[in-house]
Design a binder for this molecule. Structure first.
Ligand code: SF4
Length: 351
């Protein structure tokens, strides 16, 4: 498997690559210069399961703010830099655990060297990122458009520039909003390099389309054993990115833990507000540290049978619900008490 053979890159106290668990990343959307707001968002993301956080560093003030932010958070921080190499240097001097640059927009080799020298001195990894939107003109012409092959060549060119400067503490990312092109580019690059890969579908869209595109793209890529760390990019709250990333990894069997909620699609037999209940259950189980499956089913006809597969389940009746544990009905509860009863069972969970 590719993932087992990638190089291990240390980012703060976390390890990316070499078969280590696939790490979840997100990016703050506060102004990095606003330390208080940025720290509050990072702490909430940590709580939700974010492993590594990235902050945009568009100004010198933002680079300097990293020092204060770092003191108040507990996960490694990546500084995201575009255009100005001095910001990359300042970010590292102010405690960034990793920097993300696109050497293509950092400037000439001298400027890239200045960044690499500081990274080398402090042993700070660099994520070399290329994006389909900024693929070089020559590669677009050579490959007759933006293609997976062009993206791979662009990424490896950037990596070679840094390797020639004597540094190989690198993670690569190739991003495209075209899901299938993105998947193909990852398949191609995984054959050519053993640097760990940061995987994500860029500009994936709003909560709805972004989740679908990310799940399909990351699913195809990760299921082939490719990818060492992920970010689900959503036009939405960063907390949603973490929820989705955790669900994607769990669905692919790449992460254990957390309650999985399965629920029926509802039909003409449904006698309770199942849609409302299933959503409430999904929110309610967020903080429950069990690795079990909960079924929320709409009726007593198929519900008990279908809930058998789960560790615990609810099957709705007329104004009531049945609580089912490992296929056995254990309680009949009024509809309005179902959520609390289920929570109680989970908090006192015994197999
Ligand atoms: S569990 Fe019952 S309500 Fe839900 S889809 Fe199946 S038959 Fe319909």
């Amino acid at each position: 498997m590719y993932r087992d053979h990638t190089k291990v890159i240390r980012v703060g106290d976390k390890k990316i690559g070499g078969g280590n668990p696939v790490l979840i990343q997100s990016m703050t959307n506060t102004k990095t210069e606003n330390v208080e707001q940025t720290v509050a968002q990072i702490l909430a993301l940590e709580q939700a399961g974010c492993d590594i956080i990235r902050c945009a560093v568009p100004t010198m003030e933002a680079a300097k703010a990293l020092k204060e932010i770092k003191k108040q958070i507990h996960i490694p921080l990546v500084a995201d830099i575009h255009f100005d190499y001095r910001l990359a240097i300042a970010a590292m001097e102010n405690g960034a655990d990793k920097i993300r640059i696109n050497p293509g927009n950092i400037g000439n080799t001298e400027r890239i060297k200045a960044v690499v020298d500081v990274a080398k001195e402090r042993n700070i990894p660099i994520r070399v990122g290329v994006n389909s939107g900024s693929l070089e003109k020559e590669l677009v012409e050579q490959y007759h458009g933006v293609t997976a092959e062009g993206l791979v060549e662009s990424a490896l060119d950037k990596v070679h520039i840094i390797e020639e400067l004597g540094y190989d503490n690198l993670v690569i990312s190739i991003k495209s909003s075209d899901v299938l092109m993105c998947a193909k580019a990852h398949e191609l690059i995984a054959e050519k390099t053993n640097y760990p890969l940061h995987v994500g579908i860029t500009e994936a869209g709003t909560l709805y389309s972004g989740n679908i595109k990310s799940a399909i793209g990351l699913g195809i890529i990760l299921n082939q054993g490719i990818g060492d760390t992920i970010r689900v990019s959503l036009t939405g709250a960063p907390l949603e990115e973490i929820k989705s990333a955790k669900r994607i990894l769990k669905t692919l069997g790449l992460r254990k833990g957390g309650v999985e909620v399965v629920s029926c699609p509802t039909c003409g037999r449904t006698q309770i507000d199942l849609i409302g209940l299933a959503n409430k259950v999904e929110t309610m189980v967020q903080d429950i540290p069990l690795d079990i499956k909960v079924a929320v089913m709409g009726c007593v006809v198929n519900g008990p049978g279908e809930a058998k597969e789960a560790d615990i389940g609810i099957a709705g009746g007329v104004g009531v619900g049945l609580l089912i544990k490992h296929g056995e009905i254990i309680k009949k509860v009024p509809e309005e008490e179902l959520l609390d009863t289920l929570r109680e069972e989970l908090l006192n969970w015994k197999k």
